[in-house]
Structures are given as C-alpha cells and as structure tokens.
Design a protein around this ligand. Sequence first.
Ligand code: FAD
Length: 485
Amino acid sequence: MNISSSEVIYALNALLGEGGILESSQDMSRYAVDWAGDRLGSPLAVARPRTTEEVAGIVEFCHRHRVPMVAQGGHTGLVGGALPDAEQPELVISLERLNQIREIDPLNFTLSVDSGCVLQTVKDVAAEHECDFPLSLGAQGSCQIGGNVATNAGGLNVLRYGMMRQLVLGLEVVLPDGRIWNGMRALHKDNRGYDLKQLFIGAEGTLGIITGVVLKLFPQPQETRTALVAVPDVFAALGLYALARRSCCELLSAFELIPRACLELAFEAAPDLPDPLETPAPFYVLLEITASGPVDLEAMIEHLFDSGMQAGQVLDGVLASSDAQAARLWRIREAMVEGQQLHGEHLRTDIALPISTLGNFFNEANRAMAAISPQTTVIAYGHLGDGNLHFNLLPPAELDLTAKRVLLHALETELFAIVEDYQGSISAEHGIGRTKQTAFLDGLSELERELISDLKQLFDPDNLMAAGRILPRVTDPAIHYQPQE
Ligand SMILES: Cc1cc2nc3c(=O)[nH]c(=O)nc-3n(C[C@H](O)[C@H](O)[C@H](O)COP(=O)(O)OP(=O)(O)OC[C@H]3O[C@@H](n4cnc5c(N)ncnc54)[C@H](O)[C@@H]3O)c2cc1C
C-alpha cells in the first residue's frame, strides 16, 4: 500500500458520498466477524457502492495505490472468504447497496439483477412473474446472488436444476484493475469461443467483483409433494434413491439424507417441532417432487413408497398433506443446522463422493473418526442425490478451544484422506476460501497448481483482490507452497 489508511478513507468518501464508507469499529463490526462467529477480521474500512461504476472506481483506486480488497456479499460463506484479513487490513467492498432488479423477461425465462440482491428477493420477484429461480439454501434470506455466483452455491435442488454455474447466463464483472467486463447476455445458447463467465463462477472473488448477473428461470411448479421416509441405513437410502430417480425421473427435486442424530439437534434448536414419525429410525430421507403440468404426483410418490417397502428400504413414512406440514418437514432440515451452532466450535465439511460409493464411505469414515476420538459426535447428512455429504463433527464439550481445534484438525486430515481414497472432493459447495486451502493444494497436481496460479497472475498480477483465498497470499505456489508429506 503506497498510501495511508486515512488517505484511502478520505478519497473513497469523496467517491461514494454520505454513508458510502464505514470506518468506526462499531459500524464495521458485523462485516468483521464470520457467520459462525468463530473468526474475527480487521477491515481497513467498509466501502458500500451503489452502482457498477462506483465499484469500478473503488477497485481502480485500490489497484493504483496497491490497497488489498475483498468483496463481501451476505457474509454467510462458510470458509472465511469474505472475512477481511486479521493481520493485513483489507478494504471490504460490500455489495449490499448494489441491489436493484434490472430486468425480468418471463418469455425468455431470464432475470437480470445487481449482484447485491438477496437470494430470497430474487426468488420472490421470479415468483411474482410465475417463474421459479430454483436455488434454495438455508441462508437464502441473507446471502446475495453475487456471493452465490462467487461460491458456485448448490443447495437443496441441485439434483434437478444444477448448481449456480448452470443457472447463470450472463455476468458483469469489475476486474482487479477497475475495468468493467460486460457479459450480461441473456442467451440460452452461445457457443462463441471461451465462455469467460465460467472463470468467475466459483472463483470466490479472486479474479473480479461480480456486479450484475443474468439468471436462468424455470416455470413455477404448480404442485409439490414432500415426504419424510424412515430407512434402516445409508445403503437402503441409496436403494430408495435409485428407485426414485427412475420412477420420478426429473421431477425429483430434492433427496436429503438425515440421520436420527440430526433430528435430535433440530429438536434442541426448535423444541416445538413434533417428531414426524411415531417410531424413531436410524435414518430418514426428506424428498420432494414438483411438477408444473398435469402429473399425478400423489400416485407417483405412493408407488415409490410401495416399491421401497417391498424392497425393505422403507420402514415408515409421512407424506405432507398440506403446505404447512411440508414446511414443518423442511424446518427440521433448517433447525438441525441451527442445532449444531448451539454446540459451539465444530467441524463443518461439504464433501462429495461418487453416489454409488456413499454407503461404504460412510461406514469407513465413521470407523476412522471413532478410532481417533470415540467421544466426538459425527453428524453426517446432506444432499444424497448429489453425492454431497456434510460430514460434520462435534468435539467433546469438555475440551477447551485449543484442544478442540487440534482434535478437529486431526479428524479433518483423516477424513479428507479417506475422501481422496474414494476419489471425492473436499468441497462440493462451500469452496476453498482460507480454511480449506492446504487440503485443496495438497490434492492438486503440479500442472493444476501452475495453471491456477497463472490464471490468478493474468487477472490480478499484484494479488490485491481476495489475496490468500483459494491460493496462498503470494501467488506462485510452486515457490511458496510446501506440499504436506
Ligand atoms: C445456514 C447456511 C446454509 C448454507 N447452505 C448452503 C447450501 O445448501 N449450499 C451451498 O452451496 N452453500 C450454502 N451455504 C454457504 C454459501 O456459500 C453461502 O450461503 C452463499 O453462497 C454465499 O453468499 P454470500 O452472499 O453470503 O457470500 P459471502 O459470504 O459474502 O462471500 C462468499 C465468497 O464470495 C465472495 N463474494 C461475495 N460477493 C461477491 C461478488 N459480488 N463478487 C465477487 N466475489 C464475491 C467473497 O469474497 C467470498 O469469498 C450456507 C450458509 C449458511 C450460513
């Protein structure tokens, strides 16, 4: 940085006007702590642009004066990406005021928005036009479209609609030197050479700041059926999944695996939630089918239940008979995440495996965790239909914070080694950020590390934008990254 912090604040105040810059520690506090409250950052200041041109102005200024910067959306990311560094203060560029709906075209099934629009707002706008924007996740009331693009978010309906990468048709991006790339095209097919927007999707803000997004919409479902099914084990859940994929085809929009321990966590967080079935079961599947046209979903799901019962995969089940009952079933899925938060610092993962290997992986990983720490509770649930598990670990409550962190690190290392053995991924959804960096780099080939490093160099040679996310702070991993033995 070739300029003082107060000079940065003075210049950006002039650029953004009243309310554009926050600088007191009280005003900046919510931008300086991550969603879980586990980590604290130390922002240089928080800039809150309202337009793409203002974002470009800030970034050009930072580029000229070598000021480190990081984009922040709804700040719900789970790998510390949007959190400003604690040691080398970064300018937080919050997109919260860049939040206008630009254009909806229901015939083209597209919606163009500023990147700071909250996901729930986007879903509501789509619904007002009898369309559906299908990205659904627990943080949808706070996370922003730009953050969803930057993390290539997944969520509950990936099975049917794909991840964010499949839902983006166009992007507008401010590059690390302040130039604006306008790729806001609303085309369903466009095969002209390199698809530049894909570089920014999932790049976690390391290659540019997303300011506008053209989203792909779908017909609004007219009918939905939601069911919770009790199953004896993960293998039975997989068998039921195979049946559901074939008998419900592409109408299957969610297939979530929930162990009993997760239900108990949900009841901790939301004691008024009723136990959905009379007899507790070791595992449950929460599934949903939706249709926009005249399809007999009831018959479809009953056929699935019957086939599952005959195959010994289904022990019991409840089919929601009203929207309220369906919402209560989905509330379990939400509350169990809140329940984990009540247990303080724990390990959150978002691993992916080939679906066919999930049963064996599940058993092997459970055994390996118990061998290291029998008192640690495994909370492994997730988007089974995508091969994506949140294999989370609650350490023994009596350990102090340092001991918990040491234990969780050892467990994570072992877990990721097993994931590697199964040719899986250490991140299916949340990205790499700062917390998964070592494991990510360990899993890359030398050529992959070189290509990724070259890409970052091309866009951001001074490493000023989101430095230390995905790649180490200094961008030549060949020199600065030491693979673990
Ligand atoms: C309760 C809960 C449930 C969740 N469920 C899911 C789930 O089911 N599936 C899933 O995939 N994820 C899930 N997540 C995590 C998910 O990554 C985020 O919720 C969301 O995608 C991040 O959006 P955000 O606006 O909060 O981004 P932030 O947290 O603000 O930022 C995330 C990353 O993107 C970058 N970024 C943000 N905005 C921009 C921008 N405009 N341009 C460039 N870079 C930007 C940041 O620098 C950071 O690296 C969940 C999180 C929570 C708290």
